[in-house]
Design a protein around this ligand. Structure first.
Ligand SMILES: Nc1ncnc2c1ncn2[C@@H]1O[C@H](COP(=O)(O)OP(=O)(O)OP(=O)(O)O)[C@@H](O)[C@H]1O
Length: 989
C-alpha cells in the first residue's frame, strides 16, 4: 500500500471532507470519528454492519473483497462498503495484513431506545501489535507492541558514554505482560529481535520510523533530542513501525501515566529513556483500547537488564532456527522440537524461556531439578498434561475480564481452568511409581525405608506448587452465578444461574408462569368456544393472538378483540391475554436487564482478582513448560547436562545430536565435542558431510541447557555462556537491501566487536561471499582475532584449507574434520567428526548427487584432474585448492576411513606422495614436524624423482628447503613439487 493510498483512507476520506458542511447528521458523526483518528481507517456501525465511505469504502471493498455500494441521501451519493459485524474477524485480519490500523466506531446506545441519531464512539483501535480479539491472535503466542525512544538528556553527573542510550518497552495488550529495558542501540536492536513485536512506535528524534502514518501531529516537546539513527525494523522488515504522538513520550506525561500502574515510577525505572518508552507504550495501548484510562490488568511491568539472560541476536535466532525454519536440513524449528506443552499458557512460557535462556548457574540447575523430577515421575507428568489440556488461556481470559470484554462463556472457561488447580496440586503430591533417572522404574514413592517422602521432591516444584492459588472464592462465585452453558450474547438473558439472585428468580418465575398460562390457553379456549381449530400463536409484530378460521367466526366470544385479519382467518386477543403478555414481556425485559447487571457485577468481582489470576497463570505456564521439557527429554532420550559455574570451563559433549535433524534422519550419527574454553575448532570436510549440523548441535546444546532443558546427548558438561554469536550460511538479504557479502561482513563485524571470553561463536564459511583470495584472508584474520583478541570459544567451519594451519600456530586452535567413504564410485558421508583436517570437499560428487548434468560433472572431473596434475588451465579465482578433488576412481573395499587417509591411499597410486600439513594422524593439532617434510623419501617408490634422490642439484635442494610449508596449501605444494621434478628431469637429460 502506498503512502498516498493510506492517506486517503485514514482520517477523513477526501470525498467526505469535501462535503463536510452539508453532510447528514450520521455522516457528520462519521466524519468526526475519522477526524479524531487520523492514523486509522474508521469502521462505522450501522445496524449489523461496519460501514466505510468514499475512499475508505473503496479500500475496504478492495481489501476485503466486498461489494462497493452507494449511499444516497439528500446531500449526495457516497460510495459505501460494509462488513458484517457477526463475521468481522476475517475482514479485520485482511485490513491489518494490508497495513491498516482500524478504528471501530460502535453504536454505544441502544438503537431502539435512541431518540434521533444513535450515539457512536470508537471503542477500540485495532493495530497489528495491539489486537486482542481471539479470532485475530494465534493461540499460545505473544503479540507485542513496543516503543523505542532515546535518552532526552544524560543526567549531569553521569558520563554520557560512547553512544546514546535507548529505552525499550513492550506490552502484550491481550495478556497485560509488559517488559521494559534500556541499552545502547545494538543491545536494544537485539532485544527487539527477541521480543519480536508486531508493531513498534518510535519516539521523536529517532530516525527509521514511518512518518507517513503519524498519529496526531507532532506537538512541542519538553526536549528536542538530537536525532539518533536506529531502524526498529532492521531484524524483521515485516514489522510495522510508525511514529506516535510525541507528547506521549514526554517525561512528565510518562511519569503521570505510569503512576496509575506502579508506585513511584522514577524509582522503578533506570533512567529517562526507559521511563519515557514505558509511558509511551502504555499510552498507545490505552489509546487502542478506547482511551478510557489505565489498563488495570497491565500489572506485571517487568524491568530487566538484557545481560541477565543469554544474549542471542536475530542472526543467531535465525541461523539456529530457533523459531523460524529456513529450510535447511529439516522443516521444523528448535521450538517445535521442544514444544510438547498442553496449553497456550505453557506454550507462551516455553517460547519466552527459549528466547531468553538463563545465565545464572543456580537458576539453570533449579530448572533442571524440576525437569528431572518430572521426567522421573511419569504418572505425575502425565497427570499434569491431562489436567492442563483442559485449561484455557487464562492470561487472555483475565485480560478480557479486566477490559470488561469477557462474556459469560469466558467466565465459564475461567472457571474450568481454575477447577484444574486443586487436581494439579494433588497430582504433584501424589506418591506413585515412575521413571527414575537412568531409566529404571522406581517402586511406589514414599514407601522407601527412609519413611514417607516429601513430594514434590525438588524445591523448584515445591515452590511452584505453593504458587498454585486455588482462588476458591472466584471459582465458587462463577459457578454459582454463571449458567453452565451460557449463550455468547450477554444482554439477552440466560447467562445467570437460577438460585443466584432472588429478584431475578422471581422475574423469571413470573415470565415462566405467564408462558405456561399462554401455553394452556389454546386448550382452554377450544373448550370454551367449541372451536376445535382455534389456535394460539405469537409473532414479533403483534405479540400473542388467538386465531379463528372464517368458518368459525360466528362462535367467537364477546371478549375477543380483533387484532389482525388474514385471508381465511381472523386473529384476536382478549384482555386477559393482553395482561399476561405485558406481564411476560415486562418480566423478561427486566430479567434480561437484571441479568446483565448481575453478570457485569460478577465480572467486576472477578476482575478485582486480576493480579492473583495472573500469578496463577504464570505458575500454570511454568508447570506446563517444565512438564513439556520433561516429556521431550524422556521421549527423545535427552540427558541432564552438568552445568559448570566456572569461567574457565569448556564444552564437553559425549554423543551429542542435533535435536531437530535427528528427528528427520533415520540414522543420526552422534558426535562428541570437546572444546576447551577459549579454543577455536577449525572444521573441514566435504560438502554435505555434517559440519554445519555439528556446529549447530553444539550451540543448541548450550541454548537448551541454559533454557532449563535436558540435551540430546549421552553426557554433557557445559559452562554458562553470556552470549552466542553466529555467522552461519550466506543468505541473501534482498529485503534488507544488503548483498550477501555485505551482510556476512556486518554480522562478522558485530561478532568481532562484541564477543569475549564469555561468548560462544559459530562461524560457518566466513569469507565465501567474495573472491577466494580476499575471502581466505578475511577468514584467516577473523579466526586469529577470535582466538588472540577475543578469547571466545569458537567453531569455524571452512573450505579454506589454509585455516587448518592455525592449529600449528595457535595454542588453543585445533582441527576437526568429517569423514566419507566411496564405494562403487559413490561417496557416502559418515557424518562423523574426527580430529585433524580433511583435504577435500567432494564438490564434484555433491554436484552429481544434486543432479548436475552428466556432461558438466564429467568436464568438472577432467578439469580437477588436470589442475591436480599441475598441467591444466587455471580454474579461476572462484575455485579454491581444497575444493578440487581428483577423480579418485573406485574402491570397492572402501572402509570407514577418514577422508584424508582415504585420499592419501589413493594418491599414493599415481601422484607424488604428499603428506599434508594437517595429517589427522598427528592428533588434535597438526604437528609442525610432520608438516616440515612433506616429500616422501625414495622408498615410497613413486617415480623418477626417487631415482634422482641421490644427487639432488643444490638449487633444487635449496628451493625445497625454503618452502614455507606452514603457509603452503596442498595444491601449491603439489605445483611446487611438479616444478622441482621437471627441473630434476631436465638436469637428468
Ligand atoms: N550427524 C549426522 N547424522 C546423520 N545425518 C547428518 C548428520 N549431520 C548432517 N547430516 C545430514 O547431512 C546433511 C548435510 O549436513 P550439513 O549441512 O551439516 O553439511 P555441511 O558439511 O555443513 O555441508 P556444506 O559444506 O555443503 O555446507 C544434513 O542436512 C543432514 O541431513
Amino acid at each position: 500500500m502506498s503512502t498516498a493510498d493510506r492517506e486517503t483512507v485514514t482520517g477523513i476520506p477526501p470525498g467526505i471532507a469535501a462535503a463536510r458542511e452539508e453532510l447528514t447528521p450520521m455522516l457528520s458523526q462519521y466524519a468526526e470519528l475519522c477526524a479524531d483518528h487520523e492514523d486509522a481507517l474508521v469502521l462505522f456501525q450501522v445496524g449489523d454492519f461496519y460501514e466505510a465511505f468514499c475512499e475508505a469504502a473503496e479500500a475496504v471493498a478492495r481489501v476485503c473483497e466486498v461489494t462497493l455500494t452507494e449511499r444516497s441521501d439528500s446531500t449526495g451519493d457516497y460510495p459505501m462498503a460494509g462488513i458484517p459485524i457477526d463475521n468481522a474477524a476475517s475482514y479485520l485480519e485482511s485490513l491489518l495484513d494490508a497495513g491498516y490500523r482500524v478504528a471501530v466506531g460502535d453504536q454505544v446506545e441502544d438503537a431502539e431506545a435512541a431518540s434521533g441519531l444513535v450515539d457512536r464512539a470508537v471503542t477500540e483501535v485495532i493495530t497489528p501489535g495491539t489486537v486482542v480479539e481471539d479470532d485475530l491472535l494465534e493461540s499460545g503466542t505473544t503479540n507485542y507492541v513496543a516503543a523505542v525512544t532515546h535518552e532526552s538528556e544524560a543526567p549531569a553527573d553521569v558520563d554520557p558514554g560512547p553512544g546514546p542510550t535507548l529505552g525499550l518497552a513492550a506490552v502484550d495488550v491481550a495478556t497485560g505482560e509488559c517488559l521494559v529495558t534500556a541499552g545502547e542501540p545494538g543491545t536494544v536492536a537485539e532485544e527487539l529481535d527477541r521480543i519480536a513485536p508486531a508493531e513498534v512506535i518510535v519516539g521523536p528524534g529517532l530516525a527509521g520510523g514511518d512518518a507517513t502514518c503519524d498519529g496526531p501531529e507532532r506537538g512541542s516537546t519538553e526536549s528536542e533530542p538530537a536525532p539518533v539513527e536506529f531502524d526498529p525494523a532492521a531484524g524483521d522488515p515485516d514489522r510495522t513501525v510508525h511514529d506516535h504522538d510525541p507528547a506521549a513520550f514526554e517525561r512528565s506525561a510518562a511519569v503521570d501515566r505510569l503512576e496509575s500502574y506502579v508506585p513511584v515510577p522514577e524509582r522503578r525505572f533506570d533512567g529517562d529513556a526507559e521511563l519515557r518508552a514505558a509511558g509511551a507504550v502504555l499510552a498507545y495501548a490505552e489509546y487502542t483500547q478506547g482511551g478510557d484510562g489505565p489498563l488495570a490488568y497491565v500489572s506485571r511491568i517487568r524491568r530487566y537488564d538484557p545481560r541477565d539472560r543469554l544474549r542471542l541476536d536475530a542472526a543467531a535466532q535465525r541461523s539456529l532456527e530457533l523459531f523460524e525454519n529456513r529450510g535447511i536440513g529439516a522443516s521444523d524449528t528448535l521450538f517445535d522440537a521442544l514444544d510438547s506443552t498442553n496449553c497456550a499458557l505453557g506454550r507462551r512460557c516455553l517460547e519466552r524461556w527459549l528466547r531468553r535462556p538463563l545465565v545464572d548457574a543456580a537458576e539453570i540447575a533449579s530448572r533442571h531439578d524440576a525437569v528431572g523430577e518430572l521426567a522421573d515421575r511419569t504418572l505425575v507428568r502425565e497427570g499434569i498434561a491431562d489436567a492442563l489440556a483442559t485449561a484455557y488461556d487464562l492470561e487472555r481470559l483475565v485480560g478480557r475480564v479486566s477490559r470488561g470484554r469477557a462474556d459469560a462463556r469466558d467466565l465459564r472457561s475461567l472457571y474450568a481452568t481454575l477447577a484444574v488447580v486443586p487436581e494439579l496440586k494433588a497430582t504433584l503430591a501424589e506418591g506413585e511409581g515412575g521413571r527414575r533417572s537412568g531409566g529404571e522404574v522406581s517402586g511406589a514413592e514414599g514407601s522407601g525405608a527412609g519413611g514417607p517422602e516429601t513430594l514434590p521432591r525438588t524445591d523448584h516444584l515445591r515452590a511452584l506448587r505453593d504458587r498454585l492459588d486455588e482462588l476458591e472464592e472466584v471459582r465458587e462465585l462463577i459457578d454459582a452465578a454463571i449458567a453452565t452453558d451460557p449463550p455468547q450474547e450477554i444482554t439477552e438473558g440466560g447467562v445467570i444461574r437460577e438460585g443466584f439472585d432472588d429478584d431475578l428468580d422471581a422475574l423469571r418465575a413470573t415470565e415462566r408462569e405467564g408462558r405456561e398460562w399462554v401455553a394452556d390457553l389454546e386448550a382452554r379456549e377450544r373448550e370454551r368456544t367449541g372451536i376445535d381449530s382455534l389456535s394460539v400463536g405469537h409473532n414479533q409484530v403483534h405479540g400473542y393472538y388467538i386465531e379463528v378460521t372464517d368458518a368459525n367466526l360466528d362462535r367467537v366470544p364477546d371478549d375477543y378483540r380483533r387484532r389482525q385479519t388474514l385471508k381465511n382467518s381472523e386473529r384476536y386477543y382478549t384482555p386477559a391475554l393482553k395482561e399476561r403478555e405485558e406481564e411476560i414481556v415486562g418480566a423478561a425485559e427486566r430479567a434480561d436487564a437484571l441479568e446483565y447487571e448481575l453478570f457485569a457485577d460478577v465480572r467486576d468481582r472477578v476482575a478485582a482478582e486480576t493480579e492473583r489470576i495472573q500469578a496463577l497463570a504464570d505458575a500454570l505456564a511454568e508447570l506446563d513448560a517444565l512438564a513439556s521439557l520433561a516429556a521431550v527429554a524422556v521421549a527423545h532420550d535427552y540427558v541432564r547436562p552438568e552445568v559448570v559455574d566456572d569461567p574457565d570451563a569448556g564444552i564437553e559433549i559425549e554423543g551429542g545430536r542435533h535435536p531437530v535433524v535427528e528427528r528427520t534422519e533415520d540414522a543420526f550419527v552422534p558426535n562428541d565435542a570437546d572444546l576447551p574454553r577459549g579454543s577455536i575448532a577449525v572444521i573441514t570436510g566435504p560438502n554435505m558431510s555434517g559440519k554445519s549440523t555439528y556446529m549447530r548441535a553444539v550451540a543448541l546444546a548450550v541454548v537448551l541447557a541454559q533454557t532449563g532443558s535436558f540435551v540430546p546427548a549421552q553426557a554433557a558438561r557445559l559452562p554458562v555462556f553470556s552470549r552466542l554469536f553466529t555467522r552461519v550460511g550466506a543468505s541473501d538479504d534482498i529485503a534488507g537491501g544488503q548483498s550477501t557479502f555485505m551482510r556476512e561482513m556486518s554480522e562478522l563485524t558485530e561478532i568481532l566487536h562484541d564477543a569475549g571470553p564469555d561468548s560462544l561463536v559459530l562461524l560457518d564459511e566466513v569469507g565465501r561471499g567474495t573472491a577466494t583470495t580476499d575471502g581466505r584472508a578475511i577468514a584467516r584474520a577473523a579466526a586469529e582475532f577470535v582466538h588472540d583478541e577475543l578469547g571466545a570459544t569458537a567453531l569455524f567451519a571452512t573450505h579454506y584449507h589454509d585455516l587448518t594451519d592455525l592449529a600449528a600456530e595457535r595454542e588453543r586452535a585445533f582441527n576437526l574434520h568429517f569423514t566419507a567413504t566411496r564405494e562403487d564410485g559413490e561417496v557416502t558421508f559418515l557424518h562423523r567428526v574426527v580430529p585433524g583436517a580433511s583435504s577435500s570437499s567432494y564438490g564434484v560428487e555433491v554436484a552429481e548427487l544434486a543432479g548436475v548434468p552428466a556432461a558438466v560433472v564429467e568436464r568438472s572431473r577432467e578439469l580437477v584432474a588436470e589442475t591436480e596434475a599441475g598441467a591444466g588451465a587455471p580454474l579461476g579465482p572462484g575455485r579454491t585448492d581444497d575444493e578440487i578433488a581428483p577423480d579418485r576412481g573406485t574402491d570397492p573395499d572402501a572402509e570407514d576411513v577418514s577422508l584424508r587417509e582415504f585420499l592419501a591411499e589413493e594418491e599414493a597410486d599415481d601422484l607424488p606422495a604428499i603428506e599434508p600439513a594437517d595429517d589427522p594422524a598427528a592428533g588434535d593439532e597438526a604437528d609442525p614436524d610432520v608438516d616440515a617434510d612433506p616429500v616422501t623419501d625414495a622408498d615410497s617408490g613413486t617415480g623418477s624423482t626417487a631415482d634422482a634422490a641421490g644427487d639432488v642439484p643444490p638449487s633444487v635442494a635449496a628451493e625445497l628447503r625454503d618452502l614455507d610449508l606452514a603457509r603452503t596449501t596442498p595444491i601449491e605444494a603439489l605445483n611446487a613439487l611438479y616444478d622441482l621434478q621437471n627441473r630434476l628431469e631436465d638436469d637428468d637429460d
